[in-house]
Design a protein around this ligand. Structure first.
Ligand code: ATP
Length: 956
C-alpha cells in the first residue's frame, strides 16, 4: 500500500509534484495514511528509508574563504607590507638579518590569521551547539494520538498540527484549517501572510492555498496538514541559494574594532613614513631607514589583539550560556552591554506564565468568587482595588462578609452568593471549556497550549467532564484568538441540533458585542449604560493584577462569524503571579540606568498592578500609555512621555510594539526587546538586541538574537552584566597591550635621533606582542565585572572603544614609565660595559646583545605590573583579591617563563640575538614596575574622587 518508499533510485521519497491538485482520496492513499496518522513503526521505517527531515546548508562560505578573510584586515596588510619590505632589504643588502625579520613578519601574519580563524571556527561551533540545544519540535498525529516529535524525525505521510507561532516543519497539504494564515515570505517573498484554504486555488503549487511549506511561519489560526515532502525534497530544500540565516550586520563591537584598527594603523603608517623621511635625511642610508620604518610599523601594530577580542567574546558567550542565555551571534554579547532600554512583555517574562482562574463575576449579580488556594493578594493589588472601589460608586463595596463553603473545591465567596458556585451557569462553563484550544494532560497533570486557555480549561474541567462536553457539542467552526481582535469565537452544535456561538475575549471587546446579560432567573437587556457599568466592574479584578476574560454566547443560524447580540455571561479573572526574581532584576536595571518598559496586550489596570508588583514604579511615577492613546499622541508629546523612567504600554497591538521600539531607537536609545509570541516577532527583529523565550514560539525564536532557556527576565539582566563586563575587559587589555607600544617605538626614534645602537629590535617586539603579552591579555578578558558595573549608567552611544583618554593612559602614563625602565637598564648595561655615547656596536657584539636583553627584560617586568593593575579601571586593584582571576597568575607565570627563556636559553639567545644577563640588571626594572602600579593607583583614586581634570583626561 501507499508509496513504494524503497524504490531503487529513491524517487518515491520525493514528491510527485501534483500533490496540490490530485483528488484528496488519491493523495492520502498515495501516502498510505488515514486520519489516525502513521504507526510509530511505519514512521520509523520511513525515516530510515527517506532520511531525516533536515536541510543541508548550502551557499555557506567555504572554509578556505573564511580562512583567507582573516588576512583582509589592516593590521595583516601592514605586516605583509613590512615583510615584503624586509625581503627587499635582504635583497639589497644580504646578511643583515632582514631575511629573518621578513620571515618572522610573514609568520606572524599566518599565525595570527590562523589563530583568529580557529577562534571564530570554534565560536561558530559553539553557536551551532547552542542552536542544537533548542531543536525544533512538531506535533504529529501518530497512532491516533497527538505526539510531540522532533521536527527532524517527521516523515512523508505524517499528519502535523499547526498553530499560531509555529514554523512549518515540512511541505504538506492541508486537511483542516481554522482561519489559518501563513507567512510565506521565506519561500515566495510575499510579505503579507496568506489565508489558507482546503481548495486547490492555483495550478502552481507554490501559489496554491491548500499547501504549507517548510520554513514558513504560521501567523494566526490553526490547522492540520499531511506531509508529502521532507528535508531536501521540500520547496525550500530545492532553493539552491539557501544560505545561513544570519545576515552580516555590523554590530557595535565590530564597528568599534574597525575604528580601532583604522586609528592605530593610521598612527603606525604616519609614524613610519615620518621617521623614514627623518632617518633618511639625517643618516642618508636608504636601507636602514627602510628597516627602521618597518620596525616602527611592527611596534605600533598590536598583533595579538584581534584573536584576543574574539576569545574574550566567545568566553563571555559561553559564560552566558551557562547562565541560560544563548546568543546566536558572538558579537551580540557586547550589544547587550550597551542596552539603555529594555522593552519587555509581561506574561512569562515578568510573570511566571502559570495561569490559574482566581475570580469570577457573573452577569450583573456581581458574584465574586475567589480561590483562596492560589490568591495571595499583593499590596499593589490591594491598593489598586481600593482605589477602584473608591472611584466606582456603582460598585457595591460590601465585601466584608466572607463565607467559606467547604463543599466547593476551595472556592471562597467574598460576597454573599447569589448562585451556589456549584451551580455556576452551565453556559459559562461550556464557553470556558469549548471556546478553547488547550488540551488537558494527564501526566504531569495540567494542560498543553495557550496558558490563558489552559487556565480556563482546568477551571471548567473541575466542574464538568470536558471530553463529554466536547462530544456532546461538536465544534463546527472556529475563529481563533488573535491579539488584534482580542477574541475567540466557536460555533458548536447542541445535542438538540441547534447552533450555539461561544465567545470569549478582552472585556471591552466582548461586552460591546453583547445586547443582553445573564441575571438570576433570566437575561436583562443591555444598553450602552449597562455595558459601561459592566466594564467598570471588571476593573475590580484587573486591579488585583488579574487578566480578565469576558465570556458570552448566542444562538447561531449559520457558520459565519458573529459580532453582535451576544448574551454576556461573566468575567473570569486569571492570576499569573510575578516571578520572584523579577523585582530584584528590575531594581538592578534601574540602578544600572536602564529603563524598563512593559509592553502588553493586557488591560492597563491589570498591567499597572503587575508593574507595581514587580517594582517597575519604584524609580518614579508609573506612566501608563494605552494603545489608543499611543495612536493619538503627537510625536513630540510621545517623546516627552518616553522620558519617564517607568513606562507601561497596555492594550497595544503588534504593530504598536514595533512602533514603540522604533520610537525609542529614534530617541537614540539602544533597545533590547523581549517577547515570545508571533505578535512580538517584528519588534524583536528590529530591536538592537532581540530576545526570545526558550519556550516561546518558533517565530519569536527565529527573530531573536538571544534565547532565554529559562524564560526569565533576570537572565537578561545577567547577560547585560556580561556584556558590560566584556566591553570593560576589552578596554582593559587594549590599555595593557598598547602600553608596551611606547617602549617599542621610542627605541627606533632614539636610534634615528641620537644614533644609539637600536635598543629593541623587531624580533623582540614580536616576542612581546605575540609572546609575553598574549596570555595576560586573555586573562584580562576573563576578569569579573567591577563592583560598580551595574551601578553606573549605560555607556553612551558615542563612547568608543578607543577613546583619547584610553590612548593617553596607555601612551602618556604607563608606556613612558616602561620606556624609561627599558632605557635605564639598557644604559646600565652599556655604560658598565665601557660604552660611550656615539659609539656604534655590531649586531653580534656581546655588549649589544646584553643591552637589548636588558631593555626587553625591563619592559616585560613592567608589563607584569601593568597586567596586575589593568585588572580594574576605577577600583583599587588591591580590592579585587589576588586569586579572584587565577588566569592572571597563569599569564604572569607565562611572562616570566618566556622572559627566562629569552634571557638564559642558548637556542632562544640565537633566535632573538639576546644574551644571558646578570640578575641585578633585571632587578633594576622592579622599582619602575612598582612606580607604574603606584601611578595607576593614583589615577584610579583621582577618578573615584571625581577630580575633574583626571576624569576628563584619564577616564576610559
Ligand atoms: P502579555 O504581554 O501579557 O504577554 P499579550 O500582549 O500577549 O500579553 P494578548 O495575549 O494579546 O496579550 O492578550 C490581550 C487580551 O486578550 C488579554 O488581556 C485577554 O483579555 C484577551 N485574551 C488573551 N488570550 C486570550 C484567548 N486565548 N482567548 C480570548 N481572549 C484572550
Amino acid at each position: 500500500m501507499g508509496k513504494n518508499l524503497t524504490d531503487a533510485n529513491g524517487k518515491m521519497c520525493s514528491p510527485r509534484g501534483d500533490e496540490h491538485s490530485i483528488p484528496f482520496a488519491e493523495f492520502l492513499q498515495d501516502l498510505g495514511v488515514d486520519e489516525n496518522g502513521l504507526s510509530e513503526q511505519e514512521a520509523a521505517r520511513r525515516l530510515r528509508e527517506c532520511g531525516a527531515n533536515m536541510l543541508e546548508e548550502t551557499g555557506k562560505e567555504s572554509i578556505a574563504k573564511k580562512y583567507f578573510r582573516q588576512f583582509r584586515n589592516f593590521f595583516s596588510i601592514l605586516l605583509i607590507v613590512g615583510s615584503l619590505l624586509s625581503f627587499i632589504g635582504e635583497y639589497l643588502d644580504p646578511g643583515q638579518g632582514n631575511l629573518y625579520i621578513g620571515i618572522a613578519l610573514a609568520g606572524v601574519v599566518v599565525i595570527n590569521g590562523t589563530f583568529t580563524f580557529i577562534q571564530e571556527y570554534q565560536a561558530a561551533k559553539t553557536m551551532e551547539s547552542f542552536r542544537q540545544l533548542l531543536p525544533p519540535h512538531a506535533r504529529a498525529m501518530r497512532e491516533a494520538k497527538v505526539k510531540d516529535v522532533l521536527a527532524s524525525e517527521l516523515v512523508v505521510g505524517d499528519i502535523i498540527l499547526l498553530e499560531e507561532g509555529d514554523k512549518v516543519p515540512a511541505d504538506g497539504r492541508l486537511i483542516e484549517i481554522n482561519a489559518l494564515k501563513v507567512d510565506n515570505s521565506a519561500i515566495t517573498g510575499e510579505s503579507e501572510p496568506q489565508l489558507r484554504s482546503l481548495e486547490c486555488t492555483h495550478p502552481n503549487m507554490l501559489e496554491c492555498r491548500n499547501m504549507v511549506f517548510s520554513g514558513t511561519l504560521v501567523q494566526s489560526g490553526n490547522g492540520k496538514a499531511v506531509i508529502f515532502a521532507t528535508g531536501q525534497n521540500t520547496q525550500i530544500g530545492n532553493l539552491a541559494t539557501l544560505t545561513q540565516q544570519t545576515i552580516d550586520v555590523d554590530t557595535p563591537i565590530r564597528k568599534e574594532l574597525n575604528h580601532f584598527i583604522k586609528v592605530i594603523s593610521a598612527i603606525a603608517i604616519s609614524l613610519g613614513i615620518t621617521f623614514f623621511i627623518l632617518a633618511f635625511l639625517l643618516q642618508d642610508v636608504f636601507l636602514s631607514s627602510l628597516i627602521f620604518a618597518i620596525g616602527i610599523i611592527v611596534a605600533n601594530v598590536p598583533e595579538g589583539l584581534l584573536p584576543t577580542v574574539t576569545l574574550a567574546l566567545s568566553l563571555a558567550s559561553r559564560r552566558m550560556a551557562s547562565r541560560n542565555a544563548l546568543i546566536k551571534q558572538l558579537e551580540s554579547v557586547e550589544t547587550l552591554g550597551s542596552t539603555t532600554v529594555i522593552c519587555t512583555d509581561k506574561t512569562g517574562t515578568l510573570t511566571q506564565n502559570r495561569m490559574t482562574v482566581n475570580s469570577i463575576m457573573i452577569g450583573f449579580e456581581c458574584l465574586l468568587l475567589e480561590n483562596p488556594l492560589s490568591s495571595k493578594k499583593t499590596t499593589a493589588g490591594q491598593e489598586a482595588e481600593e482605589s477602584i472601589n473608591k472611584n466606582d460608586a456603582n460598585t457595591d463595596t460590601n465585601v466584608a462578609e466572607k463565607i467559606t463553603d467547604p463543599g466547593t473545591e476551595g472556592f471562597c465567596l467574598i460576597k454573599k452568593p447569589v448562585w451556589d458556585p456549584q451551580k455556576l451557569p452551565s453556559l459559562l462553563i461550556k464557553v470556558a471549556g469549548l471556546c478553547n484550544n488547550a488540551k488537558l494532560r494527564e501526566s504531569p497533570p495540567g494542560y498543553t497550549g495557550d496558558p490563558t486557555e489552559g487556565a480556563l480549561l482546568v477551571f471548567a474541567s473541575n466542574l464538568e467532564d470536558i471530553k463529554k462536553l466536547q462530544n456532546d457539542y461538536p465544534r463546527l467552526e472556529e475563529f481563533p484568538f488573535d491579539s488584534l481582535t482580542k477574541r475567540m469565537e466557536v460555533i458548536c452544535r447542541t445535542p438538540e441540533g441547534k447552533l450555539e456561538v461561544y465567545l470569549k475575549g478582552a472585556p471591552e471587546v466582548v461586552v460591546e458585542m453583547c445586547g443582553s446579560a445573564l441575571i438570576s432567573g433570566g437575561t436583562k437587556k443591555m444598553g450602552e449604560a449597562e455595558q459601561k457599568e459592566l466594564l467598570a466592574r471588571h476593573l475590580r479584578l484587573a486591579g488585583k493584577g488579574e487578566r480578565v476574560i469576558a465570556l458570552a454566547y448566542r444562538q447561531g443560524e449559520d457558520l459565519r462569524e458573529y459580532t453582535e447580540d451576544f448574551t454576556f455571561l461573566g468575567f473570569i479573572g486569571i492570576v499569573d503571579p510575578p516571578r520572584p526574581e523579577a523585582r530584584d532584576a528590575i531594581a538592578r536595571c534601574h540602578a544600572a540606568g536602564i529603563k524598563v518598559v512593559m509592553i502588553t496586550g493586557d488591560h492597563p489596570v491589570t498591567a499597572g498592578s503587575i508593574a507595581k508588583d514587580v517594582g517597575l514604579s519604584n524609580s518614579g511615577k508609573l506612566e501608563i500609555i494605552t494603545g489608543d492613546e499611543l495612536s493619538l499622541l503627537s510625536r513630540a508629546e510621545l517623546a516627552s512621555r518616553l522620558k519617564n523612567p517607568s513606562i507601561v504600554f497596555a492594550r497595544t497591538s503588534p504593530v504598536q510594539k514595533l512602533k514603540i521600539v522604533q520610537l525609542f531607537q529614534s530617541e537614540g536609545e539602544i533597545v533590547t526587546m523581549t517577547g515570545d509570541g508571533v505578535n512580538d516577532a517584528p519588534a524583536i527583529k528590529i530591536a538592537d538586541m532581540g530576545v526570545a523565550m526558550g519556550s516561546g514560539t518558533d517565530v519569536a525564536r527565529e527573530a531573536a538574537d538571544m534565547v532565554l532557556l529559562d524564560d526569565n527576565f533576570a537572565t537578561i539582566v545577567n547577560a547585560i552584566e556580561e556584556g558590560r563586563t566584556v566591553f570593560d575587559n576589552i578596554k582593559k587589555f587594549i590599555v595593557y597591550i598598547l602600553a608596551s607600544n611606547i617602549p617599542e617605538i621610542l627605541p627606533f626614534i632614539a636610534f634615528v635621533l641620537f644614533a644609539l645602537p637600536l635598543p629593541m629590535p623587531v624580533q623582540l617586539i614580536l616576542a612581546i606582542d605575540l609572546g609575553t603579552d598574549m596570555l595576560p591579555a586573555i586573562a584580562l578578558g576573563k576578569e569579573k565585572g567591577e563592583g560598580d558595573i551595574m551601578k553606573r549608567p549605560p555607556r553612551a552611544r558615542e563612547e568608543n572603544l578607543l577613546t583619547p583618554q584610553l590612548l593617553l593612559t596607555a601612551y602618556a602614563v604607563k608606556g613612558p614609565v616602561e620606556a624609561v625602565a627599558g632605557f635605564f637598564c639598557y644604559f646600565a648595561v652599556l655604560f658598565e660595559g665601557g660604552w660611550s655615547f656615539g659609539e656604534q656596536l655590531a649586531r653580534t657584539d656581546p655588549l649589544y646583545m646584553q643591552s637589548i636583553t636588558a631593555f626587553f627584560s625591563a619592559v616585560v617586568i613592567c608589563q607584569i605590573a601593568n597586567v596586575f593593575t589593568s585588572r580594574t579601571r576605577y577600583q583599587s586593584v588591591f580590592t579585587v583579591g589576588l586569586f579572584s582571576n587565577p588566569m592572571v597568575l597563569v599569564g604572569i607565570a607565562s611572562e616570566l617563563l618566556i622572559l627566562a627563556l629569552i634571557v638564559w636559553n642558548p637556542t632562544a639567545n640565537l633566535i632573538f640575538n639576546t644574551s644571558p644577563l646578570e640578575l641585578r640588571y633585571l632587578l633594576f626594572a622592579i622599582p619602575f614596575a612598582i612606580l607604574l602600579l603606584g601611578i595607576d593607583e593614583v589615577r584610579k583614586y583621582l577618578l573615584r574622587r571625581n577630580v575633574s581634570w583626571a576624569t576628563r583626561f584619564l577616564k576610559w
